[in-house]
Design a protein around this ligand. Structure first.
Ligand SMILES: C[S@@+](CC[C@H](N)C(=O)[O-])C[C@H]1O[C@@H](n2cnc3c(N)ncnc32)[C@H](O)[C@@H]1O
Length: 210
């Protein structure tokens, strides 16, 4: 089974208890995101999952949420029913494949919470995000500056077992992509080992559409 199918299986099986697990081990104040968003904007959310960010989108947001787990997405759709003031379009499938087909500069904002530590195509996804987003990219995830050898091995092992890697140097990858970076430390989160978690606010250089 390849990585994507394994990820799909993990979330298709855990969708019922997902929100409770996140609330217990990976809870952060999602209102923080709201502070950086204006009303009536076009937003892409990668790995929207059960839609835990849905209650926090500003009025008038037009959100495109992508995820490969049908079961997680069903829960997101239920949450969206309570938000008559936003519009949510859901796409089921592999983000790394789908995002390549989206036209340049389609979204004002991108939101990714607990996604980058899970996707098997992290670098490609970030490059594509920069292409489709004009204003801001908000990311909440684990990031480890200059992980040492043991942390790198531990990250690979965690990925093999649970399909997430909390020891990636996200900040370095953002720098390589020439984003302007603002970083807010949120604390240590995790189930067995707690790891540093940040809110990154990235501002991409604008690419002019033809
Ligand atoms: C840890 S959950 C995060 C869910 C949500 N963003 C949150 O804050 O709770 C990661 C989600 O990303 C999805 N996912 C991971 N890699 C993906 C990919 N390459 N394509 C589509 N969905 C993906 C999983 O199915 C899962 O729902």
């Amino acid at each position: 089974m390849d990585d994507l199918n394994k990820i799909k299986k993990i979330y298709d099986l855990s969708y019922k208890k997902y929100d409770k697990i996140v609330d217990k081990y990976w809870h952060f104040n999602r209102n923080l995101i709201l502070k950086y968003l204006k009303k009536n904007k076009k937003i892409i959310e990668l790995g929207i999952g059960t839609g835990l960010n849905i209650p926090f989108y500003p009025t008038g947001s037009k959100i495109t949420g992508i995820d490969l787990s049908k079961e997680m997405l069903k829960k997101a759709e239920i949450k969206a029913l309570k938000r008559k003031d936003i519009k949510l379009s859901i796409i089921l499938g592999s983000i790394s494949n789908l995002i390549k087909r989206i036209k340049i500069n389609q979204f004002d904002y991108a939101i990714l919470t607990w996604y980058l530590s899970v996707t098997p195509k992290l670098k490609e996804d970030i490059t594509q995000l920069k292409r489709v987003t004009t204003d801001k990219i908000l990311i909440v995830d684990h990031s480890k500056n200059n992980p040492n050898f043991i942390q790198k091995v531990l990250g690979k092992l965690t990925y093999l077992i649970s399909h997430y890697n909390p020891y990636i140097d996200l900040e370095q990858i953002f720098k390589e992509n020439q984003f302007k970076i603002k970083k807010i430390y949120l604390g240590k989160f995790g189930r067995f080992i707690k790891n540093d978690t940040f809110l990154f606010i990235l501002t991409p250089f604008k690419i002019k559409s033809k």
